[in-house]
Design a binder for this molecule. Sequence first.
Ligand SMILES: [Cu+2]
Length: 293
Amino acid sequence: MNMVKRALAAGAVLMLGAGPAMAGWSDINLRVGITPLSREIYWLHMLILWICVVIAVAVFSVMIYSIVTFRKSKGAVPATFEHSTTAEVVWTLIPALILVAMAIPAARTLVRIDDTRGSSLTIKATGYQWKWQYEYVGEGVSFFSSLARESDAARQLDSGVDPGSVQNYLLDVDHPLVVPQGVKVRVLITSADVIHAWWVPDFAIKKDAIPGYINEMWFLAEKPGTYRGQCVELCGRDHGFMPVVVEVKPRAEFDAWLETQKAAMQASNAPAARVAQVRPTDQRAALRLVDAE
Ligand SMILES: [Cu+2]
């Protein structure tokens, strides 16, 4: 018994000692996030966790009590019965009822996750090896979002740069996705090469980007700020170097940003129009080549 007491005391000392070095409890747990879905998923997670805790405490209490109290050295005599229909019905029914009770809120949340109706903005996110492309559907705005230059320089072999000195190392991009605050945004996710996955922990949503398929998800960011995530599908050599960064801006600020982007897109498309005008000449040149053959 002394050994057990000593082991327990040592464990307690270790746990207390580790306390200050450990991250806060909120860092260990699933994060609450900043969308209605992320909050709902968090509460569902906590509900299931506490149900599991109650079950664990009940089962282990009975088990440990039985092992200690009815041990052979205390002269316990085993019972001789072999079968109890009542016990079997009870230990089948109770877990089944608990599972059904847990399935009801879980199913409700799952349905809500997939309900993309009523969104005000649609963004198409396409995964590439190894970057993301964002297209504001119907707005004529699209751009690529690649790993930020500082992270990219630090990640090179023998770069001489300490990754620890780079802010948001491997979690920063050149052009973040910008979305309005308080607006239901629908995201269409696909890929141009291999399977990627789009994930921002604060939005709670993670979806695969599969070539040839379009997956759907939605979020409604309630707090302005910058939220970071990563590609979460092993997608090749540079899988770790295609982060997701989302900037949530207040509505008016977002609208102004979108207008600027539209103007910039139109300006950059102008030279493309001039190139298009050259094309008939190219065609004639090509025809001449064909004739010459
Ligand atoms: Cu990827």
